[in-house]
Design a protein around this ligand. Structure first.
Ligand SMILES: Nc1ncnc2c1ncn2[C@@H]1O[C@H](COP(=O)(O)O)[C@@H](OP(=O)(O)O)[C@H]1O
Ligand SMILES: [Mg+2]
Length: 270
C-alpha cells in the first residue's frame, strides 16, 4: 500500500524533534557500552553490540511514534528487504563503526525520513562529541546532544582561497583522491562517519567526495541536513540519488556532497 505524507512545517518540526529524542536515546545506549563485543558481518564489515543496542532503541522508538511508516535499518536490512512503497525511515544506528572500535569520537547515529525518494527530515548525532545536527525543509540546526543550544546553520560560499574537503579516514579511495587533485589549492582533512556532511552543512568545509560505495543509511540523514542548510548530495554527474533501492542492496556507488550549489554544478560538469 502506498501512503502519501504531506507534512506542514509544524508537523515536520514535531516529527524531527521526536526523531532527535530517539537518536539521543540511541546515543546514550552506545555511550553506555564501554568495551563493545565486536564481530564481522557477512560483507566483512565490523558490527558491535553497540550497533545492535542502538538499532533496538531506534526501531522501538520509531514504531512508537509512527507505527505505519516502514523502517529500513542497517543491521536488519537483508537481500530480502522489500522496496518501500511509501515514505520510510532510513536508519544507521552506528555509522563509523571502525572509528568507534578504534576509540575515536567521529561516529554517528543517523535517522532520516525519505518522502517521495528524497531525504526530507534528518538527524545525525555524534555521541562522543556531544553534538547533533538536524534538518527539515528550510531549516538546518546544530545543537547539543541534550537538545539545548540549537542554532541555525548554513553552508558557506565556495571560498576563493582555502576551500576545504573532508575525506573518509577509513575508506579513502583513489577516485576521490584523483578528483581532489583536479582542484588546485584545496585543503583536505580526514573525518569519520556522517559528521562530514554536517561539517559541510555548518560551513566549516566545502566538499565531501565519495567516489566509492556506501549505503543509503550512511548518507540519507546527512543528506537531509546538508540539503536543509542549502547544499546538495548528488551523483558525480549531478543526477539525484535514487533512495529505496532495495534490489540494489541500498548501495550508492558514488556521490559528492557540496555546500555551494554553483560549485557543485561546476564540479559535476567537469
Ligand atoms: N565497500 C563498501 N560498500 C558499502 N559501504 C561501505 C563500503 N566501505 C565503507 N562503507 C560504508 O562507509 C561507512 C563508513 O564511512 P567512513 O569511512 O566515512 O567513516 C560504513 O558505515 P558503518 O560504519 O555504518 O558500517 C560503511 O557502511
Ligand atoms: Mg552502521
Amino acid at each position: 500500500m502506498s501512503m502519501s505524507l504531506n507534512l506542514n512545517d509544524a508537523e515536520a518540526a514535531r516529527l524531527l524533534e521526536a526523531m532527535t529524542t530517539i537518536a539521543a536515546q540511541a546515543s546514550a545506549a552506545i555511550l553506555a557500552i564501554a568495551a563493545p563485543k565486536t564481530r564481522t558481518k557477512a560483507d566483512a564489515s565490523p558490527v558491535t553490540e553497540a550497533d545492535e543496542a542502538a538499532e533496538a532503541v531506534i526501531v522501538q522508538g520509531l514504531r512508537a511514534i509512527s507505527p505505519s511508516i516502514a523502517i529500513v535499518s542497517e543491521e536488519s536490512a537483508t537481500a530480502e528487504t522489500p522496496a518501500p512503497t511509501g515514505p520510510f525511515f532510513m536508519v544507521d544506528p552506528l555509522d563509523g563503526t571502525r572509528e568507534f572500535i578504534a576509540g575515536r569520537n567521529e561516529y554517528t547515529v543517523n535517522i532520516s525520513l525519505i518522502v517521495d525518494g528524497e531525504p526530507t527530515l534528518g538527524v545525525v548525532t555524534a555521541p562522543a562529541l556531544g553534538l547533533a545536527w538536524r534538518g527539515r525543509p528550510g531549516r538546518a540546526e546544530r545543537l547539543s546532544l541534550d537538545g539545548s543550544n540549537a542554532a541555525e546553520i548554513r553552508v558557506r560560499s565556495w571560498p576563493a582561497a582555502g576551500a576545504m574537503a573532508l575525506v573518509s579516514r577509513s575508506h579513502l579511495d583513489p577516485a576521490s583522491v584523483a578528483l581532489l587533485e583536479r582542484l588546485p589549492g584545496i585543503a583536505q582533512t580526514e573525518c569519520g562517519s556522517a559528521v562530514k556532511f554536517c561539517r559541510v552543512a555548518e560551513g566549516a568545509a566545502d566538499l565531501y567526495p565519495r567516489l566509492a560505495p556506501t549505503r543509503e543509511w550512511d548518507v540519507a540523514a546527512g543528506h537531509a541536513v546538508l540539503k536543509a542548510a542549502g547544499g546538495c548530495v548528488v551523483r558525480p554527474d549531478g543526477s539525484r540519488i535514487p533512495y529505496g533501492d532495495a534490489a540494489g542492496g541500498f548501495l550508492i556507488p558514488s556521490f559528492v556532497a557540496v555546500g555551494d550549489l554553483a560549485a557543485a554544478a561546476n564540479l559535476c560538469a567537469a
